[in-house]
Design a protein around this ligand. Sequence first.
Ligand SMILES: Nc1ncnc2c1ncn2[C@@H]1O[C@H](COP(=O)(O)OP(=O)(O)OP(=O)(O)O)[C@@H](O)[C@H]1O
Length: 348
Amino acid sequence: MIELQHISKVYEGANRVEALKDINLTVKEGEIFGIIGQSGAGKSTLIRCINMLEAPTSGSVIVNGTDLTNLGKSDLRKARKQIGMIFQHFNLLSSRTVYDNVAFPLELQGMNKSEIKERIMPILDIVGLTERMNNYPSQLSGGQKQRVGIARALASNPKVLLCDEATSALDPQTTDSILKLLKNINEKMGLTIVLITHEMHVIREICDRVAVIEGGVILEEGSTIEVFTHPRENTTKDFISSVVSDNLPPEALAHLELHDQWIGGTAPLVRLKFTGQATDEPVVAGLVRRFDLDVSILFGGIDYIQDTSVGRLIVILNGDPERAQEGLEYIRTLPIESEVIGYVRASH
Ligand SMILES: Nc1ncnc2c1ncn2[C@@H]1O[C@H](COP(=O)(O)OP(=O)(O)OP(=O)(O)O)[C@@H](O)[C@H]1O
């Protein structure tokens, strides 16, 4: 649906900035694709290249088979109708009501009043604003304003929706309701969504795939579940640790006297990671029953990446060292990931 080929963007000026460096990305039809990065990474520039609000210095932007970088003004205007956009600060017209804000792009296209009404009413219903359609933006909450932004973007019947930090100005609860709405629109209308964010929470909640951008370069990309469970780059790991924690605090590790050798009086400290159905495996019970181990749980939690559960456990396998070794070998036969962090003072 969207193909970015060798996109570079240089801002010339007193301080020349290479904001994007040879970006290649493919977004498939019907998916929600997230681009995450810190401030200044190049996210806004990248998303604005997709609808040519920002013209790339080089490279091709292919949307639905058309290379937008080759189009003249009038063809570009037509091509842009299939790309809606919503913004962090909503960009509503304060002197127009909700209804008139949503109607605005259709008025510009020359649609008549009754056609506009026919188009808009079902959209106001989808975003839950029918009762608010005669209100002005100043009478709305942040979440409602973003719903107007979404309705306005949907009014032109786009195939792609670009979301520029669409939830960054909203509180966590409102963020979740807007993310649910976006997911709903994606599923019901088959809309392809590209969003940029600096919040891993947003990626976890709704994105099918994610790309991590830093310094104008894509560091890594993949399915959200794959990137969450097997991040390669430190930047990605940092983003993930903001929403999922499976590290013991340094104070806890100091207290445990961590060794890197299995010396007498120590027991293995093991990190376990389960994905999907494996979270149902009774691993701890198995270790206790089969190997007579005294398993101390130091950390445990289950996260949900959309519908897939990801469980994490950090345990100490106390007991007879030979049986603990057998326990480790047993764990390796299970459909879970494990890592011996080190060896700590055994509790008996
Ligand atoms: N119009 C511009 N002129 C010159 N430099 C720019 C312009 N727009 C962005 N930049 C620079 O390009 C780089 C990427 O900026 P961009 O806004 O794309 O990053 P971002 O990841 O969206 O950051 P933020 O989340 O803070 O908006 C930054 O170094 C920025 O200063």
